[in-house]
Design a protein around this ligand. Sequence first.
Ligand code: ADP
Ligand code: MG
Length: 285
Amino acid sequence: AITSGLAAGTRRGALIKGGAALEALSKIDAVAFDKTGTLTKGQPSVTDLVCWQHEEADFIAAAAAIEMGSHHPLARSLVDYAQKSGVKIPEAENRMAQAGEGVSGIVDGKRIQIVALDKLANGLKLDHDQTAQADGIAAQGKTVAVVFEDEKAIGLIGWQDSLREGSVAAVSRLSAMGIKSVMLTGDNPTAAAAIASELGMDYRAGLYPEHKVSEVQKLTSTQSVAMVGDGINDAPAMKASDVGIAMGSGTDVALETADISLSHNRIEDLPEVIGLARATMSNIR
Ligand code: ADP
Ligand code: MG
């Protein structure tokens, strides 16, 4: 029964690493989802630029110079945007990435910091009007970064990522099966709320990578939990869950850590496969 259950899983787009994973999947009460690259496609595009200080071209050039060093999807998207708009990207020095927050470096002798809207600290702040502008962009479900030059806010960058086609169906199907869904994200709470309400699910936002682990641990203390993710930073949370599930397009680390991978990147395959696991285990009992 297990062998045919695993084979049926494969036909439905899920590679299940053994009978224990199939059994664990059949018992799931809740699913924790990473947002970017899991519920969304993970291909953000730059949609908003707000410059308070400089010409837009200079603003983009300085920001892109700092993001050049980062492999983060937000960084790649901004650099791509800058290159397509034809600005000359200057050299930057001392580039550094702060996980879950942003990046910084020196351009033309000035310290440029690009920081997530909800992670402003160490004296970095926005005035009332600037905050309202930033919140307005985030309320559309967008990721927002504030750009600082020598600790003074000089503008905003907004990115939009689109939901995977199957995300709404996956969450509603799970709910119909009595399984709760929660989104765990490092993105700002305003954007997270907008996306979570489109999907009809709970969320925890503004999480640093290590906080995804503690959120999963909180959930597993009272119920059986699957964690679905795609990134290196999701792997520890997948490990902390009862069943780790990776998107097929995920990073190698996520795929190696996972008990199950969704090979066609169809998040809507997940409720199907849980249904299959339940049916297989009830045949055995
Ligand atoms: P996720 O939960 O989506 O995987 P991360 O932990 O990678 O998020 O990042 C959390 C937040 O930190 C992002 O939503 C973004 O606001 C900010 N951030 C991280 N890296 C960068 C970067 N290179 N440029 C701009 N913002 C960044
Ligand atoms: Mg992700």
